[in-house]
Design a protein around this ligand. Structure first.
Ligand code: DGI
Ligand code: FE
Ligand code: FE
Ligand code: FE
Length: 185
């Protein structure tokens, strides 16, 4: 699938606000791929497709988790987690996409220990794209100038703090990714 094909698909699939968010992620992931020497075309396509399943029917997404043998814990931590792994699976069924691209889409919400540099770029770009506006977002943007790993840790901290404030369950993979990326003193 080419970038333009992905763009057409997403324009037809997502509502206006999510489409605008997506274009911000594309712009940010593209810039970060240049900065960190990763393949720009993979970054652009992964960013364009990352929220493909965001508004899919929750019951349908839960069925995909069961059918495809994904981690059954995904069903116990809130529906927001489903769109990343389920989106990657549904896209892989319908389109020819690079494994590196599918991995970045699959991991964009929780991250994963040992995730690739492309995964890291999408994970951070999703959180800092220009349309994002929440307390601390400029601090995250500044971390990207330090290092990609520093930006991943800062993004995970912001996500975990947000989940704690909301008193919702934190998916173990989110914590495992934090433990993997944070520096041992
Ligand atoms: O899809 P986006 O809104 O662009 O961003 P995203 O894919 O990073 O999803 C963010 C949502 O996912 C937000 O509502 C918080 C939720 N989320 C992220 N990590 C966890 C989580 N929810 C739970 N319950 N546990 C997590 O570890
Ligand atoms: Fe998402
Ligand atoms: Fe490729
Ligand atoms: Fe997103």
């Amino acid at each position: 699938m080419t970038f333009e094909e992905a763009h057409e698909l997403i324009k037809q699939t997502l509502p206006e606000k999510r489409y605008i968010h997506t274009l911000g992620v594309v712009e940010t992931a593209e810039r970060m791929a240049v900065q960190f020497g990763e393949e720009v075309e993979h970054a652009r396509i992964a960013a364009m497709l990352h929220d493909y399943a965001k508004y899919f029917d929750v019951e349908e997404m839960r069925r995909v988790v069961v059918e495809e043998g994904l981690d059954p814990n995904l069903l116990e931590y809130g529906d927001e987690l489903l769109h990343a792994p389920v989106g990657a699976i549904l896209l892989s069924r319908q389109y020819d996409l690079d494994d590196a691209v599918l991995s970045a889409i699959r991991n964009h919400t929780t991250g994963e220990p040992g995730m690739s540099r492309l995964d890291q770029i999408l994970f951070v770009a999703d959180a800092i794209e220009p349309n994002r506006d929440y307390p601390g977002v400029d601090r995250l943007r500044a971390e990207v100038e330090r290092s990609l790993e520093a930006a991943v840790v800062a993004t995970l901290k912001q996500t975990i703090e947000f989940l704690l404030k909301k008193s919702v369950r934190i998916f173990p993979l989110t914590i495992e990714t934090y433990n993997d990326f944070v520096n041992i003193p």
